[in-house]
Each structure stands twice: as C-alpha cells, then as structure tokens.
Design a protein around this ligand. Structure first.
Ligand code: DC
Length: 222
C-alpha cells in the first residue's frame, strides 16, 4: 500500500437510490473529486433537445454529436461537464430532460461519446491533487471503471424513491426511467458482479455514507 493512495470509487444504482448525496458526502470525507455521470447524460440530452435532435432519428443524433466539444470544469470537489465551452444549467433537471434522457442514453454513439470523457476524470482528479475519484452512474463499476478500488450498488423501494423526488420538487418517473435504463442493450443498469449492494430504503444519507466510508477508510489508514 502506498503512503498516499489514489482511489477510485464507483457507485451505481437506479434513479433516486441515494447515489448523489452519498457520493458528495464521500467526496467531502476523503477529499475525492466527485463526478455525477447522470448530469453528463442530462447535459448532452439538453443540448440534443436544443439542437432539435431526436432519439428516433439517429442521423440527427450523430450530426449533433459530431459538433460537441466536451470539457471539464472543476467546481469545488465536483467535476462538471462543459459542452462547447458552456456550463450546464438548471434545465438538465427539467421535465423534458427527465423524459428524454433514458432514450438518448440508450444510443451506443451517445455512450461512446462520453466514455473517454468519463475515464478522463481520474486524470482530472490526480491533476487537482485529490485523493481519488468518486463516480456515480449506471455502468461505472461494470463498464467505465470495472477495476475500481471500491464498487457499490445502491437500491431502494420504488415508493421511497418516488417520495424522494417529490421532496426534491422534481417530476420524475423513476420507475419508467429504471425500466428503460435496465432493459437497454448498451451498458444497462445492473449490479456489477462483486459490487457491494446496499438497500437504502430505510437508511438515512448519513447511515449509507457511514457504511461505505467504513469500507473505504482502511485504505487511508497509515
Ligand atoms: O443519475 P440520473 O438519474 O441523473 O441519470 C440520468 C439518466 O442518465 C439515467 O436515467 C440514465 C442515464 N445514465 C446512464 O445511462 N449511464 C450513467 N452512467 C449515468 C446516467
């Protein structure tokens, strides 16, 4: 074990399973760069909608993708996406984006456009002198970082997840998105083999974070 380890933590799970809150908490606790890959798919979706591209018209998606330049902007401990120099806005959580994102995310070309960008966040974390990277999404432990130091899979009952979205003031059909995200051919949402599975239904954010932190902390022990 090195004195200053650099770790990669992969967190996967369905909509409103608790990924973002726990990822942010872990990034604070261990000084990790946080990458919310759902926000990357959302930003691309918002851009596609702005350009009039439709998931049913692969030609329109391809020509829009060919124009996009992806960049990273580090805000505090968060690795945000920039598309052609533009930061993401609140529109990535809009109802239009919620309804469209799973359809765009199912397109292999869209996933391919984000693959090296996502892997590149490990380099951004090293460059920024972080102790590692915590990346959340649907295929992080299975496709993006299958060799991550720690891989978690969060899940929760549907009614609880719907309740969380309502509490956040969001209109989001979590069941429908999960159905689409789990059934697509390209990198579907699934529990990666060997990942630590946590049912967050009855747990607070702190409890989930503590469980994960207890697994990670020994790596940083002198
Ligand atoms: O985490 P989120 O709910 O903000 O993600 C939005 C959508 O992005 C989700 O419905 C599917 C897609 N997504 C994906 O396909 N792969 C990822 N690694 C992250 C998100």
């Amino acid at each position: 074990m090195s004195v200053n380890p650099f770790i990669i933590v992969a967190i996967d799970g369905g909509a409103a399973s608790g990924k973002s809150s726990t990822s942010r908490a872990l990034s604070e606790r261990f000084n990790l760069l946080h990458a919310d890959t759902g926000s990357y798919y959302r930003a691309i979706t918002a851009e596609m909608l702005r350009r009039g591209a439709s998931p049913g018209d692969i030609g329109s998606v391809r020509s829009a993708l060919a124009d996009l330049r992806l960049g990273t902007r580090i805000e505090g401990r968060s690795a945000e996406i920039e598309i052609s120099g533009r930061a993401t806005g609140d529109d990535i959580r809009s109802r239009e984006v919620n309804d469209a994102v799973s359809h765009f995310a199912a397109i292999p070309e869209v996933r391919a456009a984000l693959l090296s960008f996502q892997r590149g966040q490990a380099g951004a974390a090293r460059k920024g002198a972080f102790a590692g990277l915590v990346m959340e999404g649907r295929d992080i432990g299975s496709v993006i970082f299958p060799d991550a130091d720690f891989r978690f899979f969060l899940h929760a009952d549907t009614s609880e997840r719907e309740r969380r979205r309502v509490k956040q003031g969001q209109e989001d059909r979590v069941t429908e998105r999960d159905r689409l995200d789990s059934s697509r051919k390209a990198s579907p949402l699934s529990r990666p083999e060997g990942a630590i599975s946590i049912d967050t239904t009855q747990l607070t954010i702190e409890e989930v974070t503590d469980r994960m932190a207890a697994v990670i902390a020994p790596r940083f022990a002198a």
